[in-house]
Design a protein around this ligand. Structure first.
Ligand SMILES: [Zn+2]
Length: 287
């Protein structure tokens, strides 16, 4: 990337590698920019920033695990606590987007999700999507994800996320650390994984970056070094929504324009509003 003739090094914020003699997969991500973008787009209260930020961070991990370049993964979390519902989608290119029902959760209102469920839809772009779900355990977003991986994917997963706020209540730093033992991991390794203080590891990302944190804590296998950049990016556009509208048919679209002045679509992932007028409908159905 070039700005004014000067090369600016793009900061890669997501790392996947193998640790503990190749027996455990490690994922580290600095999700600060992603969470800040969500906070700004949705005008989130501090507590809402924390809970949506944790879900975005965990889904950065889930997206980084996608194997196919056409892969997409979506989270739907529904609960009877103050959070209500959360939706997050990500793809293999590590473009994340999300929304939360309650953008104005009060302080302390989001630590426990309450009763509900977490559903994940994973689509590799070729076969029928994989759908997995679990009931929410006691706790917050991290516990919900750990439970999901244990129940639905049968993968023991140690996942922690952090969203730190500054004195104004805005996101100052966010990150995620995940250890996933592979099926052949030894008992001894499993014990080490369990005893790794993941919150401390995330704190290291803040000062050392993802590569520095991985190297200072482990002896990672650097032949497996998947270093990429995750961003908050919605994939909506007028062109994309046009394709969504076509199946409604010309007559129906004309009727909506007649009655409401325009076909109005709101994208809840990025808070954008789109309007389709008669002229747009002409364009869609031009012979
Ligand atoms: Zn959008």
């Amino acid at each position: 990337m070039f700005f004014g003739g000067e090369e600016v090094k793009e900061i890669k914020n997501t790392l996947r590698t193998l640790v503990f003699d190749g027996q455990v997969s490690l994922t580290l991500a600095d999700t600060t920019e992603t969470v800040k973008e969500a906070e700004k787009l949705h005008k989130l209260s501090p507590a809402s920033t924390v809970v949506l930020g944790k879900a975005l961070s965990a889904m950065t991990f889930a997206s980084a695990c996608l194997k196919e370049t056409t892969g997409e993964i979506s989270l739907s979390l529904q609960c009877d606590g103050a959070v209500g519902s959360i939706g997050v989608s990500g793809n293999r290119a590590l473009r994340l987007r999300g929304y939360i029902d309650n953008t104005q959760i009060e302080e302390g209102g989001a630590e426990l999700l309450g009763n509900g469920s977490l559903t994940i839809i994973r689509d590799d772009g070729y076969n029928r999507p994989f759908v997995g779900a679990c009931a929410l355990p006691n706790g917050g977003v991290d516990e919900a994800f750990e439970e999901y991986y244990r129940i639905s994917e049968q993968l023991p997963t140690y996942l922690k996320t952090t969203v730190e706020l500054n004195e104004k209540g805005e996101c100052a730093f966010a990150g995620v650390a995940v250890l996933q033992p592979l099926p052949f991991a030894s008992e001894q390794t499993l014990e080490k994984v369990k005893n790794t203080p993941l919150y401390k590891l995330i704190a290291e990302i803040k000062t050392l970056g993802v590569e520095g944190a991985a190297k200072s804590w482990f002896s990672p296998d650097e032949s497996v070094w998947d270093l990429r950049k995750a961003v908050y990016k919605c994939n909506c556009s007028k062109g994309y929504l046009t394709r969504v509208l076509v199946p409604l048919g010309e007559e129906e679209l004309r009727r909506i324009v007649r009655e409401d002045g325009a076909v109005k679509i709101h994208c809840h992932y990025c808070n954008s509003d789109y309007e389709f007028t008669d002229k747009d409908v002409d364009g869609i159905f031009k012979k």
